[in-house]
Design a protein around this ligand. Sequence first.
Ligand code: SF4
Length: 404
Amino acid sequence: MRDSMDDQVLYDVFRQEIREQKIPISLGKTCPVKCTFCYEKDHSYRPTIDPPLTTQEHWKFILEEIQKYPTKPGEAWLLGGNEYMEWTDIFLHPKAMDWLEEFLDTTDKQVIFFTVGYTKPDRIQKLVEKYPGRINYELSVITLGESRKKLMPHAPTVKQVLELIGGSAVTSSNFYSFGPDTMSKDAITISKINPDCILWMGCLTPLKYIDEETSALMRHGRRYLPEESRKIYNAGLPNTQMIHTESYISTFLARQKILKTFDACELEKKDNVVVSASIYRLLSTLRKNRARYLYVPNQMLGGDSDCSTLLTFNDVAQRLNGETQVYLPKVIMEHPSKVEKDITGVTFDEFKERFPRIRFKILHKVNSKMSNGKLYEKGYLKNVVEDYLDNPLAKKIAEAPLPN
Ligand code: SF4
């Protein structure tokens, strides 16, 4: 009896993940790579299950379920469940490569995956040649430098990673600044062996459950981000180069659009509007007193997090203080399941029930389509160097104080 109950839960989770365009295979345990920066170190904020190692029978179900979905142009299916299951490096599953091949063979869909490099170079190369344009391979390099051993104790070696990048399978590599000659050195090394690979760069953000040593290394890296960015800019590499990770930079680069969207919301001076730190600084500088900005820190994620999309209803609840009407950005509740809920699974209706005296209104224009669009459009390293680093306005906004 118990088994059938568990199975039902498991298959329901498969269905839910599949509904969100995931291919929910699992290692049946927490990720053995044990990266110190892993954002899955704490996933207690969202309800997840501990799925067993995916079996051939599970896979049959998953694949048949996915095959029922129509193929939408440009849509890629993500390998690995990550909403109701814990995120792991799925290529440690002994069948992952076979199932990836079967997926490519029996559907016409694209796939996207993130791995620290556990794909076998020959095999993945063959798949990319056999299914051109359908594999988005995002290689999480993190760093090729001396911090690698400390940050990723069980990850593939630098030699293995470089071998992968040297082939044409890898679509993009992500790696970060951890101090002088880290991100810039890696960019030059990677570009030399693969001038087509997209470079995703920036910093890793300390969250509250990341250990002190790792957090200090991340912050050290952030201090050197300007210098590292300039070195890469001056190197004139042929690769597409993006920096998306620092919200204060992304907010500044997208400022025109953010201000235009804010103006279009036609708020009154006395209206309370929920904002995260970078948006607070921008609006309190360039749209002073146009509304009451209710600064809400990302309390749940903690650390240095600063992102409207990752705010939770509980974060907002902690900042409410006698308001009768509050405007909320749509991004807080744009859950992939299409139900209005935050990243912890709390629904907008549940939140409203907690505060029957407050009228909550949604700023529909502040949505993830807009913010993601701008992130990609503006997030080039070139823009960071040319429009942000020496811009006196950026400095002025960065220095705007946050309320207590
Ligand atoms: S490989 Fe990915 S999922 Fe595994 S510990 Fe590292 S960051 Fe986390």
